[in-house]
Design a binder for this molecule. Structure first.
Ligand SMILES: [Zn+2]
Length: 389
């Protein structure tokens, strides 16, 4: 859909304004301006995008529209239950999940989708407080949550669970499933730069990087799946890429992109993981992002543009540690000269393999950045022990 932007008028703008007013981000307007995308509306959209971890551009494209639609629901306004096949989604679901998480119930990630895991966690809560454990959240259950919810504060059990699960699974990579997502493709080349007679594009470079990574991980015994081929028939939206990783039961999801900027001086690598401004984050996603970022910086010398939390669909909907790496700016002559060199891309691949390996080391046995010899990994892993630094 074409984004709805400042200056637009009409029923869609009226609806956007109504939701923003409900969220106390915008003063409700009188009849004359109620359907106008005016400067206060743009400020409110930006504030909303910031609070949801979306890209802040002051326009309402598909992603912001979905987030606004989900934000209309306040906990208690409707009964929540596990609907099949089309699950209930919304801000009320996220509030419920965050409350259950605070109390130590395992809902997985607070992703605003009322799935089987949320229903199970709620049923467990219901059983423990003496309610019928039907896994649906109506007035009685809400009442119990309100009475008990405030006693339990602070803990972040989801973080501990995720880290525990990983630690218990041991340091080996053999048999794990990694989904690699080369960004863009099909009708969408991503960033395109004309460099004299040469024309580089993000989609092709990232597919090449993904194939190299696939080879190295497969050699270490990892099951690897790419989200797309070198020239897919159609463009694959991020929601489909996340769905593919979920359906494969992937252990790790790595999305590969390049960045661009008007200013050719903008350069460097950045890594993104799931998180929102409310402090909700994926602990293992954050850890993986930190490892990927540090290994790439240490092994390539690309400028360190650090790690960042985002609530992009790709990171929010994937149910495993997921990162999106922007491996440099194709618009930077310095970054570009390196990125188009296959030997440089191999160094990036080694950095990512080392980061994935380190994620499975117990934290107390972790090794210094840049110290894993990736070429020896296979033998070491086959021998059933973690490499020593
Ligand atoms: Zn991209």
């Amino acid at each position: 859909m074409r984004p709805i932007r400042p200056g637009d008028r009409g029923p869609a703008v009226r609806e956007i304004r109504r939701v923003l007013a409900d969220l106390d981000l915008l003063v409700p307007a009188d009849g004359r301006t109620a359907d106008a995308f005016d400067p206060p509306t743009e400020r409110a959209v930006r504030a909303f995008q910031q609070s949801r971890g979306l890209s802040v551009d002051g326009r309402v494209g598909a992603e912001t529209w979905r987030a606004l639609d989900a934000a209309r629901w306040r906990l208690g306004a409707r009964t929540l239950y596990h609907a099949v096949p089309e699950p209930i989604t919304g801000e009320d679901v996220r509030s419920l999940q965050e409350r259950l998480l605070e109390m130590g119930y395992d809902v997985g990630r607070a992703d605003a989708i009322y799935g089987a895991r949320t229903a199970r966690a709620l049923a467990q809560f219901q059983r423990e407080v003496g309610l019928t454990p039907d896994g649906s959240c109506g007035p009685h259950t809400l009442d119990a949550l309100r009475r008990l919810g405030r006693k339990v504060v602070g803990g972040r059990p989801q973080w501990l669970r995720e880290s525990d699960a990983i630690r218990q699974s041991g340091p080996t990579l053999v048999g794990r499933t990694v989904v690699i997502d080369p960004g863009h493709g099909g009708t969408d080349p991503g960033v395109v730069v004309q460099d004299g007679p040469l024309r580089w594009n993000e989609a092709d470079l990232m597919h090449d990087l993904a194939s190299r990574l696939e080879g190295r991980l497969a050699a270490a015994g990892v099951r690897v799946q790419l989200t797309r081929g070198p020239s897919p028939q159609r463009y694959l939206p991020d929601t489909d890429r996340a769905e593919l990783a979920n359906s494969l039961g992937a252990d790790v999801f790595i999305s590969l992109h390049l960045d661009e900027h008007r200013n050719p001086d903008a350069e460097g690598v950045a890594t993104y993981h799931y998180g929102t401004d409310n402090g909700v984050t994926s602990a293992t996603g954050e850890r993986l992002a930190g490892l990927v970022q540090r290994e790439i910086v240490a092994r390539t010398g690309l400028r360190d543009c650090r790690t960042h939390a985002k609530a992009w669909d790709l990171l929010r909907l994937t149910r495993m540690p997921a990162v999106r790496v922007e491996v440099g700016y194709l618009t930077s002559p310095g970054d570009r000269r390196r990125l188009v060199d296959p030997r440089f891309r191999d160094r990036v691949v080694e950095a990512i393999v080392a980061a994935v390996q380190r994620m499975y080391f117990p934290i107390e046995r972790d090794v210094p950045t840049g110290s894993i010899d990736v070429s020896e990994l296979r033998a070491v892993v086959a021998a059933g022990r973690a490499p020593q630094s």
